[in-house]
Ligand binder design. Sequence first.
Ligand SMILES: [Zn+2]
Length: 297
Amino acid sequence: MIKNENMSYPKRECPLCKKKGREILYKLDEFNIVRCDGCGLIFRDIILSAEFAKQLYSGDYFTNEQADYFFNYPKEKEDIFRSRIQMLEPYEPEGRNMLDIGCAIGTFLKIARECGWETRGIETSEYASGYARDNYGLDVICGEFDAEKFSEEDKFDVITMWDVVDHAEDPIKFLKDAASLLKKNGYMFVETTMEDSLVYTICNYIYRLSFGLIKLPVMRGHPVHHSTFFSRQTMRKALEQCGMKIKAVVPTKYPEKFFPGSHFSKMLFKLFYALGNKFDRPLVVTFVVQKNKVIDG
Ligand SMILES: [Zn+2]
């Protein structure tokens, strides 16, 4: 349960435009998902304490709760990460120096290293960062991502974030800090699920048509780990606010084996996922962005 002494409940201001006006989109059991009146960003209305966030990413998160994604299908996992390395190459970054933020157990970095990248990672979870170091010999810092954890000389040609930025309690600072670690002309690849996708839109209809009684689909789409739920429009605004130039917005493969729920819900998910890609409402998107000016503050 979330409501314990480890939670703080400040009325979270919009991380993107800082306005306080919002409407409640979903009343979930322990928090609300709200939409900012100013910029349309959708976010969880409470802030998790650092202590609670640490508990969320214990070993259990990786080995039990999200085991399908991290451990149970290693071939599928490696295949998607290989396809993501292939996604980077056509942009011809000037060097091969890479940082993966929120690198989890290190699968992506392991593959990047095999493909000739010099790799570093940072990961909140002690369990996952330890796994990446012990099993793959990767250079991974354990801790919340923050530019201050890196030295003046630490500058990267490519920074990747796979399903990470939506976990950050302050995603704009997170993106700005990442941008500050890029070399001039460096690239960032930011992948996340999209609130404007067909899958999320259908979950929204189910919630509204049932007068908020059928919550499970929106709860699955808005787990407590995620603080912010970007659409393509709000992610563009966020990245531009961080001085990044958008080069491409790429629908990104998400293997069917990782779809949630029962056999029936997996089938529905598969259908709406495919239709979303076909009708320009993709569920998973990678923003390819390039650094184009120096960021202040
Ligand atoms: Zn806003």
